[in-house]
Structure formats: C-alpha cells, structure tokens
Design a protein around this ligand. Structure first.
Ligand code: DC
Length: 215
C-alpha cells in the first residue's frame, strides 16, 4: 500500500484516540498520539519545577528530553509515563506548553520523523492536517457535542474528574487551543468533517475506509 498517512484532528473528547486506534488496527498501520507528546513534555516541565508559561525554558527542555511513543505507551527519557500524563494537572500544563512556537517546532520535527521512519501511519492531534502532515492521504476533523465530549473525557479519567468539571476543563482548553497564535486547532483545507455524537466508532471507521477506497 506504500506509505499511507491519515491525519486526525479535533478537540478533546471528539473521539480521536479511539478512532485512530481502530483505524490503525484495520489498516495494519501504526498510530501516533501527538497529544501524548505534549503531555509528556508538560510532565517533564512540572517535574523540573519549571513554569509551563516559560517559553524559553520549555523550548530548551523540549530539545533535551527523549520522547518515545509506541501505540498507547509513552516513555519520557526511558520511563513509562503513560498513566502519569493523564492527570488534570498535566492536562492543564500541556495546553500551556503547546502554545510555545519553539516547543512546537521541536515536537513537529519529531512527529514528521516518526511518520518518515514508520512509512506512514495514523497520526492524531490538533495540527496534523494543517502543519505536521499537510500532504496526508486523508485528513479527518472530528467534532462532537460538548456534553458528550465531557462525558467521554470524564469516563476516560476513570472517575478522577466529575462530568461538570470535565466540561469546564474542556471548554477552557478548547478556547486556549483554538485561539493560540501558533498552529491553533482548525479544520485543514480538504479535511472531511465528521460529527461523532452518538455514533459507535465502527461506523466512523467504515465511513473512513470507504472514503479511502474512493480516493
Ligand atoms: O489530545 P490531548 O488532550 O492529549 O492533547 C493534550 C494537549 O496538547 C492539548 O491541550 C492540545 C495540545 N496538542 C497540540 O497543541 N497539538 C497537537 N498536535 C496535539 C495536542
């Protein structure tokens, strides 16, 4: 099949990770969760006692840490931090860290290198279709009703956060991620917009597979 690249963007709780996992499985591709990279960098920032708003410090640290993503496992300098990056504190810091253009440059370069070395893949994030892989074979932008997104996010956190707290948090992150100056969350030119509200993932996967066939 050559190097097939599928870009999946959308806000938190829109269903990106579930879709990316299923799609990668069906197509025999690997998947890259770029949000996990921003989260792991945010964890490193917090562990250093650094301010997530410190552009220079965060950018410098981005160039120094070693981030490895393998499926759902995330390693920071060799340590498995897959669970540690899912706390509300890291979630907040990740949004701040992701606003720094310098840090984004470092991570975007690593993401492109990942796609290159894996011969394509399913890549999910906020700027995949717009910045990381603008030439992707298929670009998908997921949306979902805010109430459903908050419910999914709170379920994902396994009760660590109540649904109303998750809703507030998501609304704040949507605003921050969509209004930042560098690579804001946006629908890429040519992206297919899919509303996943009330839709089981299988149906969305089938829709995307048929879009791929029609290309
Ligand atoms: O998808 P997520 O919740 O794991 O993302 C964590 C944060 O990283 C979120 O605030 C948005 C940011 N992010 C980004 O700016 N660009 C990406 N490609 C992926 C995530």
């Amino acid at each position: 099949m050559g190097s097939l690249v599928i870009a999946i963007d959308g806000p938190g709780g829109s269903g990106k990770s579930t879709l990316a996992r299923e799609l990668a499985g069906r197509l025999g591709l690997e998947r890259l969760d770029t949000g996990a990279m921003y989260r792991a960098l945010a964890l490193a920032v917090l562990r250093q006692g650094m301010d997530p708003g410190d552009a220079r410090g965060v950018t410098e640290l981005a160039g120094r840490v070693r981030l490895e993503i393998e499926g759902s496992a995330v390693r920071l300098d060799g340590e498995d931090v897959s669970a540690a990056i899912r706390t509300p504190e890291v979630t907040r810091a990740a949004s701040a860290v992701a606003a720094h253009p310098g840090a984004r440059r470092v991570l975007v370069a690593e993401q492109r290198a990942w796609v290159e070395s894996h011969g394509g893949g399913v890549v999910e994030g906020r700027d995949i279709g717009t910045v990381v892989c603008p030439d992707a074979d298929l670009k998908v932008y997921l949306t979902a009703d805010p109430v459903e997104r908050a419910r999914r996010r709170s379920a994902e956190l396994a009760g660590a956060q109540a649904a109303d707290a998750a809703a507030d948090e998501l609304a704040r992150r949507d605003r921050d991620d969509s209004t930042r100056a560098t690579s804001p969350l946006d629908v890429a030119p040519g992206a297919v917009v899919i509303d996943t509200t009330g839709r089981p993932v299988e149906g969305v996967v089938d829709q995307i597979l048929s879009l791929l066939e029609k290309r």
